[in-house]
Design a protein around this ligand. Sequence first.
Ligand code: UDP
Ligand code: MG
Length: 320
Amino acid sequence: MKKKPVYSVIVPVYNEEEVIAVSYRKLKDTMDYIKEDYELIFINDGSKDKTMNKLLTAAQKDKHVKIIDFSRNFGHQIAISAGMDYCIGDAVIVIDADLQDPPEVIEEMIKKWKQGYHVVYGKRKERKGESFFKKITAGIFYRLLNKLTDVHVPEDVGDFRLIDRKVCDEMKKISEKNRYVRGLIAWLGFNQTEVSYIREKRAAGKTKYPLKKMIKFASNAIISFSYKPLKTATFLGSLISLVGVGYLLYIMYLKFFTNKTVQGWTSSVSINLIFFGIILFILGIMGEYIGRIYDEIKNRPLYIIKDLIGFEEIKKVKKE
Ligand code: UDP
Ligand code: MG
């Protein structure tokens, strides 16, 4: 019988042709150095460049390499989830393909895991080579998220982490469609600890998180963990009513006790615009929640796999 791998390394990849060969080598060296069994699972998230060819070359030469090839781009968080669904390791490590998360840190994570921790996340001490805008928005995002939600998601922590088999199995039971993986792991609990590291510059290529994806990511995170945005309606509604009543009293005072009249058009138009704006804004927030309910109800699969490479055992079981 084949020995079960001890470690699974999950790497989501999307259009990473410039860096994938280097990061594969580095990961391989790191894992070989540890001298225990492992598998390297690359999830090709619908790359349109030569990423898949490069992964196939690695898989042909190296039995540790497995590939989950998606039918199209499903997104980073879903790619990670697919890796968790298919990996068989006793400890599972999630790492980016662009070498921003240094593979050497894995060794430290494994040490902590052996001490009995179930989740060991990498905490960014410093972020190198990332734009001022990204650092600022990320900083605000993590702090806002913790203000709004009840689960404490550690600040300045990405998806680079090690999780125990138990945590991975629990993650597999969560069927949420719009998922925020690191939040879900925080929500699961277990013994968690951190190792800190310096987030390097991207080894090559450009970020695959343009502003649009960042906004989607942030709103998923907040909406899937908090009802508080919905409460803004109650809050703003009561606040505005109070202001409205105050203003009405003021106008009545002017009318009955002075001979001034209230100037009309400009003030009513601006008040209308402000209030319509607020109402539409709140409707928008509700729409976000309803859209997510709709996604859950449709219950479509989280991802579609075009091809599985290196998963011979799983394929055999499926055929039988
Ligand atoms: N990624 C992915 N699907 C996507 C976007 C990104 O699998 O739709 C992968 C990407 O290849 C990388 C990781 O997710 O391995 C993190 O992406 P990136 O480095 O672009 O994000 P950043 O570090 O800039 O936040
Ligand atoms: Mg990156």
